[in-house]
Design a protein around this ligand. Sequence first.
Ligand code: KIV
Length: 266
Amino acid sequence: MERRLTSKDIMKMKSGGERISALTAYDYSMAHAVDRAGVDMILVGDSLGMVVYGEANTLRVTMDQMISHGRAVCRGAKRAYVVVDMPFMSFQVSMEEGIRNAGRLMSATGASAVKIEGSHIELTKRLSQCGIPVVGHLGYTPQSVMAFGREIVRGRALDERERIMESAFQLEEAGAVAVVLESVPESLGKQISNETRIPVIGIGSGRFCDGEIQVLYDVLGLYPDFVPKHTRIFSHLGTSVSRTVKKYVRAVKDKTFPGEENVLRP
Ligand code: KIV
């Protein structure tokens, strides 16, 4: 039987020079398809607030939503390392609340790790001590959209670049198993990947990170609102779904569906 990849496996991929492929997924069927295709890491991202629920940002996503989607993805993924996002305000109020919510996400979903946006070093340390693997998230952090606005590139200025570098080292020291690095200059993505031991999973951070993550709906061409510059549309599934549904509508209207073969025999 196939087994789920562990934190050790993911970390070994970096030391062995193997790039880590990661994608988001939000439900059972997609997780199954993504897992079967061989992706190493699946993130149940709070981006589901936007791509699944049609919100303008990720701030309305709740613990209950993350649990429900996380559980569905874990059922569909047999091999991939599954990471579930800690939603906005589930860990910022106090250390206690952060630990309790991370534990709840892990036990209720069956995930391999939680992901925390920003530089939460002490929380990462405490969770690692509790046996909860943590994936950090540095650079552009979408939960801070109200504080920083939509200017998404981080680490252009020297002081910010140094802060991001420092946070990556501190997360590593605190026991994080990996870090997602979003929207920083390529040179910074390369430098952090070269100078840390934990895998750096880039998104919009150039070509030289230890792995790459993208939002599944972006690479499938399913999200209608915008296409980020850092993505590549590998398939225009949105158009394909519309074309297919048009055929279905036509078949229902002209009474060619259901057909003879669809009739249930008594
Ligand atoms: O929520 C999400 O999908 C993410 C990715 C953009 C890394 O955090």
